[in-house]
Design a protein around this ligand. Structure first.
Ligand SMILES: *Cc1c(COP(=O)(O)O)cnc(C)c1O
Length: 229
């Protein structure tokens, strides 16, 4: 396939995925290791939200694109990148500590901006994984909700590292139950509306379990090229 056919295929897959997903589920194109042309092809198919794992790569990509898109940080955010992140991203999906939330708040304050964030839940309780343990999410949500320049609008989870959607499903269900529990708290209810879960191998199970955002890379763009991470 030449470059043009490859880009056309991405546009068609974007259209197919948007047709398949329920209207109230947002497709976030996971763009790590992709080119600006590939992302533009997805946008041509109707994709409106881009997820990126790395601040600098996202910055370069955003500069190279002239389409209006919503940018989501979906990778682990280091506190020393928070300043750059708040000017670049429209949502940060990976807040997993009070210190990071406070840093985002501090970096938004000078512009009077409010950053919508998701709290990342370590639903599989994997030690090496980012994210807050499920039992600690509620306390963190209540505390972060008091920050003037950060708004907790939902939860995000990866689930365990496996391609078997049925093995991940219980973790999606548990995160959805946690989300519903948080929504019953008066101080959180008004803002909580997003549940980001599901990747290429698991998005159907995630939607069945209540996801309102799915983060898709491989199924949209094709396999990641060798050597690109
Ligand atoms: C890469 C990535 C995805 C998409 O993964 P695919 O399996 O390629 O769809 C989703 N979420 C995060 C946080 C990612 O880093």
């Amino acid at each position: 396939m030449d470059e043009e056919q490859r880009l056309t295929a991405i546009t068609e897959r974007a259209r197919d995925l948007l047709r398949e997903l329920p209207d109230d589920v947002l497709l976030v194109a996971a763009a790590k290791s992709r080119t600006a042309n590939e992302v533009a092809a997805a946008a041509a198919g109707g994709v409106t939200a881009i997820g990126h794992n790395y601040v600098q790569e996202a910055e370069a990509m955003r500069g190279a694109l002239d389409v209006q898109l919503s940018w989501h940080m979906i990778g682990h955010l280091q506190r020393n990148k928070a300043r750059a992140a708040v000017t670049l991203f429209d949502m940060i999906e990976t807040v997993d500590s009070w210190r990071l939330a406070r840093e985002i708040d501090k970096r938004c304050a000078p512009n009077g901006a409010i950053m919508p964030v998701l709290l990342e839940v370590n639903s599989a309780r994997e030690q090496a994984k980012a994210g807050v343990l499920p039992e600690d999410v509620e306390a963190l949500a209540v505390r972060v909700a008091e920050l003037a320049h950060v708004r907790v609008v939902g939860l995000m989870t990866m689930g365990p590292l496996t391609d078997d959607p049925e093995a991940i499903r219980p973790y999606f269900a548990a995160t959805a139950a946690l989300f519903e529990r948080l929504r019953r708290r008066e101080e959180l209810a008004a803002d909580l509306r997003h549940l980001s879960m599901g990747m290429s191998s698991s998005y159907r199970a995630a939607v069945e379990e209540g996801a309102t955002m799915v983060r898709l890379g491989t199924t949209l763009f094709g396999p990641r090229p060798n050597g690109r991470t």
